[in-house]
Design a protein around this ligand. Structure first.
Ligand code: ADP
Length: 371
């Protein structure tokens, strides 16, 4: 059995959590065949040891069953630790990577008001909670909400090279158009000016060393968004939507825009997805709620999930779009109140149910980017 035949067998093995196989991911670095022995060297950047082990055991079982080799050894190429992520498309068009920034993730939405900035801020905080260095850049020029969400109304200062120094807030670096334009929406700004300002925000901000820069993009898929996505080399994009909008053309347009600029869409986040009511049932009392899902626990406590938007597509829609559904965040008074008070929920109530959902999304993102 030659190398090529072995490679064909390995193509049957998909990387855990992905439909893509380990060969097309570029994870098979080398194959050495000698008599009845085969040695396979893998190059997997992920820090997730469980996934690596799963790949090793899958390779062993496939080769044991389908190849003639008696000795199968599998090694890891350690140099891959500092390598590029294989998930990143080689042809990403954005000409620039920003020095010192390892990964850039864009958070987008088809329209305004769906909770994109709330997701961006809570995601950034969840990544920070993992001990990583995070920057948050609000490029939502027509409705910058980050200053409100983070309770910031300071003006950034310039360093001696006349570069903007991002604000240091909650152990993150933060920059927003809102810091500069104040609360007045610069609706008179036209495309070219916006494009120039945006570029300044990429190149003239001294971010320093960052593991992740989270971009809060303006809603929609117009020229500005396209320019933005073309200028910078992004590792991946997230699309935030509400259940009633996921089926609309907006989300598909967003996914298509990122595909066009060869940025992988890491997934859709369905926000304001259902409403949870928590309560306790006292002895002898009745609880009947027509048409709603009720979870009643032994201690009398209950949770009711109400889907306010019946046409929500969730998983079915994301499957149709060919992107994973990364999470469903319910409507929550806590999210709204914390966001509107200038301290996102992940900061204020890190152990709450929504904070755990944001954490799961953050872990999923990092896992995909750090493959
Ligand atoms: P966008 O960036 O899409 O314009 P924002 O993040 O500014 O949207 O959110 C719009 C409003 O919705 C804010 O008042 C925010 O507090 C609220 N909000 C966002 N997500 C939720 C949620 N899951 N539950 C309740 N309110 C939310």
């Amino acid at each position: 059995m030659n190398k090529e035949e072995i490679l064909n067998l390995l193509k049957q093995i998909s990387y855990p959590g992905f439909s893509r196989d380990i060969v097309s991911f570029g994870m098979v670095n080398d194959i050495l065949v000698k008599n009845d022995s085969v040695q396979i060297t893998l190059k997997i950047k992920s820090a997730n040891e469980d996934k690596k082990e799963a790949v090793v055991s899958e390779i062993k079982s496939v080769l044991t069953e389908k190849s003639p080799f008696d000795n199968i050894s599998i090694l890891f190429d350690k140099s891959s630790d500092s390598g590029k992520t294989t998930e990143q498309p080689q042809t990403a068009q954005g000409p620039s990577t920003l020095t010192g920034i390892k990964h850039i993730i864009a958070v987008s939405s088809g329209k305004g008001g769906v909770g994109k900035s709330t997701v961006a801020a809570n995601l950034a905080l969840s990544i920070r909670n993992m001990g990583l260095k995070v920057g948050l850049l609000d490029l939502d020029i027509y409705g910058p909400s980050l200053p409100m969400i983070l309770g910031l109304d300071e003006q950034p200062e310039l360093n001696k090279d006349r570069k903007l120094i991002p604000l240091d807030h909650l152990q993150m670096k933060v920059m927003s158009f809102g810091f500069i334009s104040g609360n007045q929406s610069p609706t008179i700004w036209r495309g070219p000016l916006v494009a120039r300002m945006t570029e300044q925000f990429f190149y003239d901000v001294v971010w320093g060393e960052l593991d992740y820069l989270i971009l809060d993009l303006p809603p929609g898929t117009g020229d500005i968004q396209l320019t933005l996505t073309q200028k910078l080399k992004m590792d991946g994009a997230l699309i935030v939507t509400t259940p009633q909008d996921i089926a609309l053309a907006d989300v598909k347009k967003g996914a298509d825009m990122f595909r066009k600029v060869k940025t992988p869409v890491l997934g859709v986040i369905e926000n304001m997805s259902g409403l949870f009511l928590e309560g306790r049932l006292n002895e002898g009392s009745d609880l009947t709620i027509e048409g709603q899902q009720v979870t009643l626990r032994d201690d009398g406590s209950f949770t009711i999930r109400m889907d306010l938007f019946k046409n929500g597509g969730g998983k079915t829609e994301s499957d149709r779009l060919g992107v994973p559904l990364l999470g469903q965040i319910p409507i929550s008074q806590d999210i709204m109140e914390t966001t509107d008070s200038g301290k996102p929920i992940v900061e204020l109530h890190p152990n709450s149910h929504p904070s755990k959902l944001y954490k799961e999304i953050a872990e999923n993102v990092i896992d995909q980017v750090d493959v």
